[in-house]
Design a binder for this molecule. Structure first.
Ligand code: UDP
Length: 482
């Protein structure tokens, strides 16, 4: 298939590329296409049994694949939807490994963003190629009015689902907005409040928020962030994080490590510290410091083994590889498959990471996490006591990790399973919410209590113990037993 710039954008529809319209705003149709003929606004159709509503789902990177797989599978289970998997090509290889694990084949690959660092190139390429794909597959030209019937019969997408904060997600959301296809945002409302950290993800999230019609917020903290930015509460649904759905599944799999050294290490009784680092704002000095900190930590803790699956990005591999290869108790590996990485996390003693997803996964496995960043959008784990922000200073890395390795009380304070991010049912909540929004079925219940125990305690000037058995609570508060 030929895209407008003459490059091949992968398999998709057979039809010729639809000519694209002028940029002249005066020539845009006077009436936005969705006013009367989208199921969201037309007289609610009776839930059409057997209808196949097409929802393109845009996947660019490994974490998006991991967190969208449960949504894709849940949509496939539903009798109403046809999820259309659009892989942008940002992390083509590792995205496909994840899809292969569950038998998903992308419906189209846009092959955008082959170069690693050029954000503008990636964003513009995803925007135009996604539009080309929609034009070819659906005839998404600006003048044509798409009726509710078109949408309910799969001839035009009801909405585009994007996830999180990647350049792929932001570009596809903006592209869909320009085509007047509603955008629905999975993992909405995470914020650090600094556009430089994580860079460029924080701004990507904010842009998607401005564009999206429906926001699937993992937690009530994320909902609160969106409300603070004037997103109407009626457009937000709290789901839990779909990453926890994926992790709960992955940790049930009985997988072995392809790397024999890693398998032998995990079969031994040595303590294992898992390290990952890849964030753009740590490129350069940050990664040099992380490499230095880990090297010194490994020298200071010879009885502990350190495993670092290298991110595929060459900028990351070169720096960490140069400082850490050849050290006795440091094992550098290729990126692990998702199921084996989940197994490694479960086997680990401690996690040191700048990853977003790992900050959600490790707490739910009861593993303390030292976060190699100055800010985090995952404040639920900080409140629960399982995450600690330490930045990238080598001395601090050595001191904080050594304390957890040497002091069992400090370790026990951080190592308790806590699931503030989800209960494994997020994907089904999302599908049920889509059915409610698009087809008028009953609304599902949100994730979590809707209020935060920690916020209430803080406001009341109280320090609540982490967990208090119900009978102790009853005694403490004299609540009569039922
Ligand atoms: N992960 C993986 N293999 C690895 C390292 C991480 O499958 O070797 C998974 C991990 O379980 C998590 C996701 O990749 O779900 C996190 O990806 P990454 O750290 O690249 O991105 P972020 O979450 O920071 O956006």
């Amino acid at each position: 298939m030929e895209a407008r710039n003459g490059t091949n954008i992968g398999a998709g529809s057979e039809s010729a590329l639809v000519a694209l319209e002028t940029d002249d705003e005066d020539e845009q149709p006077a009436t936005p296409r969705l006013i009367a003929d989208h199921p969201l606004v037309s007289a609610a159709p009776a839930t059409p049994r057997g209808a196949r509503i097409v929802l393109p789902i845009v996947v660019g990177t490994r974490p998006e694949a991991i967190k969208l797989v449960p949504v894709i599978l849940a949509l496939r289970e539903s009798e109403y939807y046809e999820p259309l998997v659009v892989s942008t090509g940002q992390h083509h290889k590792i995205v496909n490994y994840i899809f292969e694990l569950v038998g998903i084949k992308p419906d189209v690959t846009l092959w955008a963003g082959a170069r690693h660092s050029e954000l503008n190139e990636r964003v513009s390429s995803v925007m135009t190629r996604f539009e080309d794909f929609c034009a070819e597959r659906f005839g998404a030209d600006q003048d044509r009015v798409h009726t509710a019937e078109d949408i309910l019969n799969g001839r035009f997408p009801a909405a585009v689902l994007v996830h999180g904060d990647t350049s792929s997600a932001m570009a596809a959301a903006l592209s869909a907005f320009h085509m007047r296809i509603p955008v629905m945002h999975v993992e909405a409302g995470l914020r650090t409040s600094s556009n430089l950290s994580p860079f460029p993800e924080e701004l990507n999230r904010e842009v998607i928020t401005r564009v999206a019609a429906l926001h699937f917020a993992p937690t009530s903290t994320n909902l609160q962030n969106l409300i603070r930015e004037n997103v109407p509460v009626g457009q937000i649904f709290v789901t839990g994080n779909t990453g926890i759905d994926a992790l709960q599944w992955a940790t049930t799999l009985d997988v072995r490590f392809a790397n024999p050294e890693l398998q032998a290490l995990c079969d031994s009784d040595r303590r294992v510290v898992v390290i990952t680092a890849h964030r753009r704002e740590n490129w350069g000095d940050g990664l040099v410091d992380i490499g230095e900190g880990v090297a010194r930590l490994a020298a200071a803790q010879p009885d502990v083994s350190f495993v670092l699956p290298l991110h595929p990005n060459p900028r990351v591999r070169e720096v960490l590889g140069a400082r850490l290869s050849g050290l006795d108790n440091v094992l550098l590996t290729e990126p692990l498959g998702y199921a084996t990485f989940a197994r490694l996390l479960k086997r680990s003693y401690l996690v040191i990471t700048d990853s977003g997803g790992v900050q959600e996964e490790a707490p739910s496995l009861g593993k303390p996490v030292l976060v190699l960043r100055e800010t985090t959008e995952r404040i639920e784990g900080i409140a629960a006591g399982t995450l600690r922000l330490i930045g990238t200073d080598p001395d601090r890395i050595v001191a904080e990790a050594s304390r957890l390795i040497e002091d069992p009380i400090a370790y026990a304070e951080m190592a308790h399973a806590s699931n503030p991010y989800g209960d494994g049912k997020a994907a089904h909540r999302i599908v049920a919410a889509l059915e409610h929004v698009l087809l008028g079925s009953d609304p599902p219940e949100q994730f979590g209590p809707g209020y935060s125990r920690h916020a209430i305690a803080r406001a009341a000037g109280l320090a609540l113990p982490e967990s208090l058995a119900m009978h102790e609570l009853d005694e403490a508060t004299s609540i009569p037993q039922g």
